[in-house]
Structure formats: structure tokens, C-alpha cells
Design a protein around this ligand. Structure first.
Ligand SMILES: *Cc1c(COP(=O)(O)O)cnc(C)c1O
Length: 435
């Protein structure tokens, strides 16, 4: 497909060519390369509220929001001011610090599912550490994960199902020993029978089941609450830990994340993205007796030079405090619902094959009429529609993550007016997609 660019992306194009000299594929994280959409990636130079500006001075309403962290939008005044104040006192000491205590306290006091936590520096690190802890605590090695859930680039989780049901995983990346992938069993989402059969057969070897309770990295594959309730019960029955990977859903669908949203208590929870308010922070937490197995209290080793870095803690703290304001989450989800349902209604009237699964302030453009709950139900050819839409939206000042498998995020900084402008542009572009 070739497009005639009407907006000017000249500077981004030049910078991307230069970046290719320095970085593999010109990027420092693969999906940024715009491989599944058209044109060079945008080099963004600044953002304010719901808008970002590229090096060519084009302005966009942003629904990527740095892939989820920016629930308050760009350049939030309180976050910025507190980060600047904190940085003025030095950037890192490698000692305990007051801001770490405060962020830990606010999380634990307002979250029924966390008794103790440990801060790390990314979502991947949080998941990797939680898996190690589950193994150290249970003395067992195997892990169940689900097709369509992403847990960062942890070796044993970059794995897909082998052939046949409930066979051991096959890695999806070069560089992962087959022996690591073998410790992971990959199951389809939304299928309790397979889960129960697998737990029955392997529970003596299984340390944990890890799931994104709101799977939001491969489309938005909303699960039924009952499925998650039964999963939790089965894990208890078979003495296998349940880990909720809430790197996206944590602080997004409510202050207590998906655990609170569905009212299900996992044994361990991982966080990232929002918890750092745009700075590199991750965390894992959960039952105090399990967390007691981490060094220096216990035998599971995990450490970090920049863990609980004060500047990053400041950004997280200034963010989370704002999320505790009354009605914060109800307002986020009601304006998101208005936004997505307006577009859905339009598509229904026009007979366009698009629906928009939505939860809280997360949405996904699914180019199908079917309700999709597992990865294999996504039709890869429908991504061609997204590619056209993405391009047309960029021309008109709307920025979505550059892949049809990515979800979109609404932030507190998106006003109803911004969302109305955006939905009108999206409708106009859908006319072109489906003309
Ligand atoms: C983003 C994400 C990760 C990885 O976090 P990074 O900070 O990118 O390492 C892990 N799990 C889930 C559910 C995520 O969305």
C-alpha cells in the first residue's frame, strides 16, 4: 500500500534515517518502528494535556499516552512540579528514602490486595521477579501463561503454545533456551476445562498461573468475571499461586486495578506504567507471607541500583494522589464510554464491521462484529483496515498506537470537547476505510 502524505513528516523521516545508524531498526523498542502501519514513526518533541507535537510541529490528540502510563495526560502540572522539586535535591542515593515510603504507603492503604510491595524499574522486571518469587516460595518451576497475554520480555514468558493441547511452550524470540520455554505451559484464554485439566496433571510441578486479568496487549480480550473467579478457586485447590499482571490494568480500571474491579484476590500482583507517572517504575506485591521470601528477609534474591529512585517515586506519588480524588475513575470511564459508543453507533448505522471493546478508560478498535475473548479469534487480515485508519487519522491530527493489536487510552486530560472532536474525525476516517 502506498500513501501520499499530506502532512509534513519530513523531519521525523530524516531523524528516523539517522536513528537507524545508531539503533537496531532505528528504535529502542520494536513497535515504535511503525512496521505495521505506514510512514516513518513520529519523533515527538513535547506533549501537553491530551496533545503531542512532533518535530515537524504537527499536533495530535494522543490516545497512546506513552502506552498507558500517562493516565493524567502529558505534562501534568502537579507531577511536573513535584519531579522538579525532588530533582533539585539530587537524583539518586541508593539508600532508603522518604518518597519510597510514601508511595508504598499510599498503595497499601488504598488497595485491599497488597500487603507488601517491592519497587523495581520496569514492568518486565516486576514480572520476572514475581515469577522467581513464586518459584522460590513454592519450590516448583513451571508456569502457566495464556496466549494473547504479554508480560514483558521475560525469557520464560516470550513463549507460545506448541502443537497439541497443553504441550509445553515454544519461544517466540531467538535467544531463549528451549529448556526455559519448556517450563512454561501456554493455554488459550477463556477456557476453564483446559485450565483445570492442566492444573490436575501438572500441579506438582506448577509454581504459578500468570494472567493479565484484563488482557490488553493483543487487542482487548475482556474475560468473564466468572472465568477469573474459577481460575482463582482452581489455583487455591491445586496449591498453585495466582499472579495478576496488572502492569496495564493497575491504577487504570480503578485504584485497586483489575483485582478490585472484579473483586478477586490474587496471591501476587505486578505493576508498572501508571505507577511511575511517566518515569521508569515497576512493582510487585501481594501476600505478606509470600513477600517475606524476598531478600533480605528470605532466600529469593532480587535487587536494583535505581529501585525506588526518588525522582521516579515523586512522579508516581504525585500521580497516584490525583487518582484518589473522588469520582476520578467514574468520570474517566463515563467519558470513555460516551466516546466509544458514539463511534460504535455510527458504525452500526453505516453497517461498518467495527466494534470497540471498552473497560474503564481502555478501548480497542476491533474490526469485526464478534465478541472476541481469545487470541485465536482475531482475524489478522482485519489489521489492513487499521493500517488505513491509522494513516488517515495521522493526517487529521489523531495519534493511535501504531498497531491494530494495541489498545487506546483516554486520559484525565482528554476533555469531552477533545473526545467529540476526535470521534468526529474517527468517523470521517472510517468512511474512507469502508468506502
Ligand atoms: C507493558 C507491560 C509489561 C512490560 O512492562 P515494561 O515496563 O515495558 O517492561 C508487562 N506486562 C504487561 C501486562 C504490560 O502491559
Amino acid at each position: 500500500m502506498s500513501f501520499v502524505d499530506t502532512i509534513n513528516r519530513q523531519k521525523s523521516a530524516v531523524l528516523f534515517e539517522e536513528a537507524k545508524k545508531y539503533f537496531p531498526g532505528g528504535v529502542n523498542s520494536p513497535v515504535r518502528a511503525f512496521k505495521s502501519v505506514s510512514g516513518p514513526p513520529l519523533f515527538i518533541k513535547k506533549g501537553d494535556k491530551c496533545k503531542i507535537v512532533d518535530e515537524d510541529n504537527n499536533e495530535y490528540i494522543d490516545f497512546c499516552c506513552s502506552w498507558g502510563p500517562l493516565i493524567l495526560g502529558h505534562n501534568n502540572e502537579k507531577v511536573r512540579d513535584f519531579v522538579i522539586e525532588t530533582i533539585g535535591k539530587g537524583t539518586s542515593f541508593g539508600t532508603p528514602n522518604l518518597l519510597g515510603n510514601e508511595l508504598g504507603k499510599i498503595m497499601i492503604e488504598h488497595n485491599r490486595f497488597i500487603e507488601k510491595i517491592r519497587f523495581v524499574s520496569s514492568g518486565t522486571e516486576a514480572v520476572m521477579s514475581a515469577i522467581r518469587l513464586a518459584r522460590g516460595y513454592t519450590g516448583k518451576d513451571k508456569v502457566i501463561k495464556f496466549e494473547g497475554c504479554y508480560h514483558g520480555h521475560v525469557d520464560s514468558l516470550l513463549v507460545k503454545a506448541g502443537s497439541g493441547l497443553a504441550t509445553f511452550g515454544v519461544s517466540t524470540s531467538a535467544g531463549i533456551p528451549a529448556s526455559f520455554a519448556k517450563e512454561t505451559i501456554v493455554l488459550p484464554l477463556n477456557d476453564l476445562n483446559i485450565l483445570e485439566d492442566t492444573l490436575k496433571q501438572y500441579h506438582n510441578e506448577l509454581a504459578c498461573v500468570i494472567i493479565e486479568p484484563i488482557p490488553a496487549n493483543n487487542g482487548l480480550l475482556l474475560q468473564d468475571r466468572e472465568y477469573l473467579v474459577q481460575m482463582s478457586a482452581l489455583c487455591t485447590k491445586y496449591d498453585v499461586l495466582l499472579i495478576f499482571d496488572e502492569v496495564i490494568s493497575g491504577f487504570r480500571v480503578g485504584f485497586e486495578g483489575a483485582a478490585g474491579y472484579y473483586d478477586i484476590k490474587p496471591d501476587l500482583v505486578t505493576y508498572g506504567k501508571i505507577i511511575g507517572g511517566g518515569m521508569p517504575v515497576g512493582a510487585y506485591g501481594g501476600r505478606a507471607d509470600i513477600m517475606g521470601h524476598i531478600a533480605p528477609d528470605g532466600a529469593v534474591y532480587q535487587a536494583g541500583t535505581l529501585s525506588a529512585n526518588p525522582v521516579a517515586m515523586a512522579a508516581g506519588l504525585a500521580t497516584l494522589k490525583q487518582l484518589l480524588e473522588p469520582r476520578f475513575y467514574t468520570e474517566m470511564s463515563s467519558k470513555t464510554k460516551v466516546f466509544t459508543s458514539t463511534i460504535e453507533t455510527y458504525c452500526r448505522e453505516k453497517g461498518y464491521t467495527l466494534h470497540i471493546p471498552t473497560v474503564g478508560s481502555i478501548f480497542w478498535l476491533a474490526f469485526t462484529q464478534k465478541k472476541i475473548q481469545s487470541a485465536d479469534e482475531i482475524d489478522a487480515s482485519s489489521m489492513e483496515y487499521f493500517k488505513i485508519l491509522h494513516h488517515e487519522l495521522l493526517q487529521r491530527g489523531i495519534y493511535l498506537g501504531p498497531s491494530g493489536y494495541e489498545v487506546g487510552f483516554v486520559s484525565a486530560a482528554h476533555t469531552s470537547k477533545d473526545l467529540e472532536v476526535a470521534s468526529n474525525i474517527i468517523k470521517e476516517c472510517l468512511d474512507l476505510v469502508f468506502d
